[in-house]
Design a protein around this ligand. Structure first.
Ligand SMILES: NC(=O)c1ccc[n+]([C@@H]2O[C@H](COP(=O)([O-])OP(=O)(O)OC[C@H]3O[C@@H](n4cnc5c(N)ncnc54)[C@H](O)[C@@H]3O)[C@@H](O)[C@H]2O)c1
Length: 455
C-alpha cells in the first residue's frame, strides 16, 4: 500500500516507520522544514527507544521517505494518516486548528480514492467535521474519513505499534474498511484484535480508555495517601488488588500524579465533551481535580519533610513526565521545580534524556552531569521520574555527596531498608518512612501530606 503520514511527532513518526516495517511504502510530511531536514540527514527529532535504527533500516530499504511537500505526497496515496497535535485549549477543549490546517493543505492534492485517517486523538464528531471540510474544499474528491486512534505509549512505542493490544478502526465506508484491513493485515494475521466500528464510537474509545487509566492512577494515589495516614504499604495494597484479574496490576503505581501529552489533555477534552453533551462525568472530574491538586502540592510535600527551603539546595532526579522519553509535556517537574524555586531553593537536576527540553522550560535550574553531581550539597534529593538508571544508583556514593541525607522518592524505586542502610532518611509514596539507622525517625510523609493539604 502507498501511505502518507502528516505530522512526524511521537505518533506520526512511529506510525510511518512501523507501517514501512510492515511492508508499506510510506512518505511522512511535516510542516517544520528543520524536522524533515534532520530526518533526511539520518537524524531523529525525538528520543524513542529503537526508533532511529528502524528509521535507518526503512530508509535504506527505500520504503520510508520524508518531505515537506504535501502536494507531492498526496495524489497517489491509498491512505493518508493525520497525526498532528491536538493540544488543549485554555478551556480544556481539544485545539483542532493543526488538524484543520492539515486537512486544508491536503484537500487540493487528493486524487483517486483516498482514505483520510485520523490518528490524532480527536473529540467525537471530528471525523464528521473533516468530512464537511473536505466536501466544501473538494466536492469532487473521492474520500472516506476514517478514525484510527493510536494507543502507543512513549518509551515503548514501537513494540506497542507492532504488537498492539487492539487496533480500532471507525468507518462505515466499505472500501475504507477493506483498505484498513489490508494495511493492518500483518498485525491482525499475527493475532492483533481489530475492532471495526463506526467513526464516533472509535473516536470515543480513545478518550474513554485514557480517562479510565487516569482514574486508575488518581485512585491509587489517593489510596497511597490513605496508606500514609494508616501505616499501610500502598505497594503491597496495589499488589494485592492487582492480582484480581478484574482490576489488573498495571497503572496501580502511586506517584507524583499523571502527566504527559495525553492523560491530562484527554481527560479535560472528555470532560468538555461531556459538558457539551449535558452529561456530567463526575468520576473523571474527580480524577482530574485530584491529579491537579497532587501536582500543585508536590513542593509543599518536599518542604514538609525537608523544612524551610529558602537558601537550600534541592536535587531533582528525573525531569521528563515518565521514563523512556524526552517528552516534558505536563511533567511533574514543571510544577515542582518552579515552586521549589519560589520558596527560595536552588534546584540542581539531572535527567538521562530531558536536559535539552528542560533548559528552556525550567529557567534557573542547574543542569548537572549525572545524579551524583546533582546531589552535591543537597538538603533533599527528590526522585521524580522512574528511569531504570536511578534504581541502580550507588546510594552510599550519593549519601557521600549530599548536604543532608534525605531521599524523597516519588516513584517508590528503592527498598526502604537499603536506603536507610546507606545513611538516608527515606520518604516514599504510600509507604512508611524509613529513618537512617543512626538517626531518630523524624520524617513521616503523612505529616507532609497534611501540611501540603493546608498549603
Ligand atoms: N504522544 C503520545 O504518546 C500519543 C499517543 C497516542 C495518541 N497521541 C495523539 O496523537 C496526536 C499527535 O501527538 P504527538 O505526541 O505525536 O504530537 P507532536 O506534537 O509530537 O507531533 C505533531 C507533529 O505534527 C506536525 N504538524 C502540525 N501541523 C502540521 C501540518 N499542518 N502539516 C504537517 N505537519 C504538521 C508538527 O510539526 C509535529 O511534528 C495527538 O492528537 C495526540 O493526542 C499521542
Amino acid at each position: 500500500m502507498k501511505i502518507g503520514v502528516i505530522g512526524t511527532g511521537y505518533v506520526g513518526l512511529v506510525t510511518g516507520t512501523c507501517l514501512a516495517e510492515l511492508g508499506h511504502e510510506v512518505i511522512c510530511v511535516d510542516a517544520l522544514p528543520r524536522k524533515i531536514e534532520l530526518l533526511n540527514n539520518g537524524g531523529c527529532p525525538i528520543y524513542e527507544p529503537g526508533l532511529s535504527d528502524l528509521i535507518r533500516k526503512q530508509r535504506q530499504a527505500g520504503r520510508l521517505t520524508f518531505s515537506t511537500d504535501i502536494g507531492g505526497m498526496a495524489p497517489d496515496r491509498d491512505a493518508i494518516f493525520i497525526a498532528v497535535g491536538t493540544p488543549p485549549r485554555p478551556d480544556g477543549e481539544a485545539d483542532l486548528s493543526f488538524l484543520r490546517a492539515a486537512v486544508s493543505d491536503l484537500a487540493p492534492h487528493l486524487a483517486g480514492f483516498t482514505a483520510v485517517v485520523t490518528k490524532s486523538t480527536v473529540p467525537v464528531g471530528t471525523g464528521d467535521g473533516i468530512e464537511a471540510q473536505l466536501a466544501e474544499q473538494r466536492p469532487d474528491a473521492d474520500v472516506a474519513v476514517v478514525s484510527n486512534p493510536e494507543f502507543l505509549r512513549e518509551g515503548s512505542a514501537i513494540g506497542d505499534f507492532m504488537k498492539p493490544d487492539r487496533i480500532v478502526v471507525g468507518t462505515d465506508d466499505l472500501r475504507a474498511r477493506e483498505l484498513m484491513q489490508q494495511i493492518y493485515a500483518p498485525l491482525t494475521d499475527a493475532g492483533a484484535p481489530l475492532v471495526m466500528t463506526d467513526r464516533r464510537t472509535s473516536e470515543l474509545i480513545k478518550y474513554a480508555a485514557n480517562a479510565f487509566l487516569a482514574v486508575k492512577i488518581s485512585y491509587i494515589n489517593e489510596i497511597a495517601d490513605l496508606c500514609e495516614e494508616l501505616g499501610a504499604d500502598a505497594v503491597r495494597v496495589a499488589e494485592g488488588m492487582g492480582l484480581d484479574p478484574r482490576i489488573g496490576r498495571r497503572f496501580l503505581d502511586p506517584g507524583p500524579g499523571f502527566g504527559g501529552s495525553c492523560f491530562p489533555k484527554d481527560t479535560d477534552a472528555l470532560l468538555s465533551t461531556g459538558r457539551a453533551a449535558g452529561v456530567p462525568l463526575r468520576v473523571v472530574t474527580a480524577a482530574s481535580e485530584a491529579n491537579r491538586d497532587r501536582k500543585r502540592l508536590l513542593a509543599a510535600r518536599v518542604a514538609a519533610v525537608a523544612g524551610d527551603l529558602a537558601g537550600q539546595t534541592v536535587a531533582v532526579l528525573g525531569l521528563t513526565f515518565k521514563a523512556g522519553t524526552d517528552d516534558m509535556r505536563e511533567a511533574a517537574s514543571l510544577e515542582l521545580i518552579p515552586e521549589l524555586q519560589r520558596r527560595g531553593a536552588t534546584v540542581r537536576a539531572f535527567d538521562p534524556k530531558g536536559m535539552e527540553a528542560a533548559r528552556d522550560l525550567l529557567p534557573g535550574i542547574v543542569l548537572c552531569r549525572d545524579a551524583y553531581d546533582a546531589a552535591k550539597g543537597a538538603t533533599a534529593v527528590v526522585v521524580l521520574t522512574e528511569w531504570p538508571a536511578f534504581r541502580t544508583l550507588d546510594l552510599q556514593r550519593l549519601a557521600g555527596v549530599v548536604g543532608i541525607p534525605l531521599l524523597i522518592d516519588m516513584r517508590n524505586l528503592f527498598d526502604p531498608d537499603e536506603v536507610s542502610r546507606a545513611g538516608f532518611d527515606y520518604v516514599s509514596i504510600g509507604r512508611p518512612a524509613a529513618a537512617a539507622r543512626d538517626r531518630s525517625p523524624a520524617v513521616r510523609l503523612g505529616a507532609a501530606r497534611s501540611t501540603s493539604a493546608a498549603a
